[in-house]
Design a protein around this ligand. Structure first.
Ligand SMILES: Cc1cc2nc3c(=O)[nH]c(=O)nc-3n(C[C@H](O)[C@H](O)[C@H](O)COP(=O)(O)O)c2cc1C
Ligand code: SF4
Length: 410
């Protein structure tokens, strides 16, 4: 790119009342680095310092549980109790000192909770394809408590100095489960019609809004399509997004809703052709081309046509040129990256210096496989990590730990 040309990636942008120094968001990426009660650790702060030092405009935290029953995995950061506010404030302070903004991602894992002995919630007793868990349908009081927990989480996010709250309503977690006809078989005020299925998500937005100052930014990761037959379609979800934005959202991040496998959200081997597959020790991929870049872009375009809101696009963005063309086309206002920043936390600085043409991450998803087992890292570099991964896998540790006891972490 001509160094004198205007670069859309580095134009300041805005989400509600907050100005962001450029258009690049670090997408929510669970770090598996927190203490036993979800407390922030020095390791987690270091990771965020590196992202902010390397020019990221806005950081979405990894999903944080705001209710013990909604805890996803061991090592997950928690915003479920007031004692966690002070360490979270240290994290936001370090990010702000480096010029970046940070939103707290609030989540409830629903029937995806992998905590042994937990009593997770779900709208209806539909077995979860990812965890194999069969969770009973929630009662009225349990639903009200889960909504209130999002509100309390938002209040703690304000107290901890976050610049905004990002609600996780995608990827099969509790809000996704309520909105999908596949997982919500209720016939009361929380299910049945599309409006009733959406009620849970709308009540969460209202509870969050009621707990933050009036101009405090609130955004949401919305699941647009279910990966299950008979589920939500993008057309359904554009209408849902209209209602959610009307309830008080400042921005929408586009993702998928119910998943059959983690790769429905984090698609594999994006834009990896034979030569790159070989170079990155992926011989089994040599004869197959990977998924296309920016795989949720068609949904973002439909959202843009149907709803007036700020749009954040995530999913398979793998070159600076793709970032620029998405922003230039107006399909999204921000681009979000998860896996590329795990492998190359300094990636955006190299884009700024004109030294980056494509990102090194080959979307193999080993990092995702280790969520809750080991702290977040790329398992392809340095190469010895591939061996560590192989030994861990061969020892049967993934299989044995489908639901992971809290005390066990490496
Ligand atoms: C290791 C890992 C952890 C993730 N954790 C979260 C999370 O905490 N919250 C979230 O919204 N999405 C999470 N995701 C999904 C990413 O935000 C993103 O939607 C997905 O990886 C596709 O974007 P990418 O191609 O830039 O990786 C995670 C993905 C990975 C690989
Ligand atoms: S392990 Fe590394 S290469 Fe594989 S998806 Fe994660 S960051 Fe990318």
């Amino acid at each position: 790119m001509d160094p004198a040309a205007r670069d859309e990636v580095f134009e300041p942008g805005r989400i509600g009342s907050v100005e962001v120094r450029n258009r690049v968001v670090r997408a929510g990426t669970s770090e598996s680095m927190a203490g036993p009660r979800g407390e922030v650790t020095p390791e987690l702060i270091e990771l965020y310092e590196a992202l902010a030092d390397n020019l990221i405009g806005l950081i979405f935290t990894g999903h944080m549980y705001c209710d013990e029953r909604g805890r996803y995995a061991v090592g997950q950061t928690g915003i479920q109790r007031d004692e966690n506010i002070a360490p979270l404030a240290r994290l936001t302070h370090e990010v702000h000192a480096r010029g970046a903004k940070i939103f707290a991602q609030l989540a409830h894992a629903g029937s995806q909770s992998r905590i042994q002995g937990n009593a997770p919630l779900a709208p209806s007793p539909v077995p979860n394809p990812l965890t194999g868990l069969h969770v009973r349908g929630a009662g009225e009081e349990e639903i009200e408590a889960a909504i209130a927990a999002f509100g309390s989480g938002a209040r703690r996010a304000v107290d901890a100095g976050f610049d905004g709250v990002h609600i996780h309503a995608a990827n099969g977690y509790l809000i996704s489960e309520f909105s999908s006809p596949v997982t919500n078989a209720r016939r009361d005020a929380w299910g049945g019609s599309p409006e009733s299925r959406e009620r849970f998500g709308l009540e969460v937005v209202k509870a969050v809004r009621a707990n933050v100052p009036p101009d405090f930014p609130v955004s949401m990761k919305v699941g647009f399509e279910d990966a299950s037959p008979g589920g939500l379609t993008v057309e359904d979800s554009v209408q849902r997004a209209q209602r959610l934005v009307a309830a008080g959202l400042d921005a929408v991040e586009v993702s998928c809703n119910l998943m059959q496998a983690p790769a429905d959200s984090a698609m594999q081997y994006v834009a990896v052709e034979g030569r790159r597959a070989l170079l990155d020790l992926l011989p089994h991929r040599v004869l197959r081309d990977g998924e296309p870049e920016a795989y949720f872009l068609p949904w973002a375009r439909k959202l843009r046509a149907g709803v007036d809101t700020t749009i954040i696009l995530v999913g398979g963005i793998r070159t600076p040129e793709t970032m620029r063309s998405i922003l230039r086309s107006g399909a999204a206002d921000f681009v979000a990256l998860a896996r590329p920043l795990i492998r190359e936390p300094d990636l955006l600085r190299r884009v700024a210096n004109g030294r980056e043409t494509s990102f090194a991450c080959t979307s193999c998803n080993l990092c995702l496989m280790h969520e809750g087992h080991h702290s977040l890292r790329c398992w392809r570099v340095p190469r010895r990590r591939l061996l560590q991964h192989a030994l861990y896998r061969l020892s049967g540790s993934f299989r044995r730990a489908r639901v992971i006891p809290v005390a066990r972490r490496h």
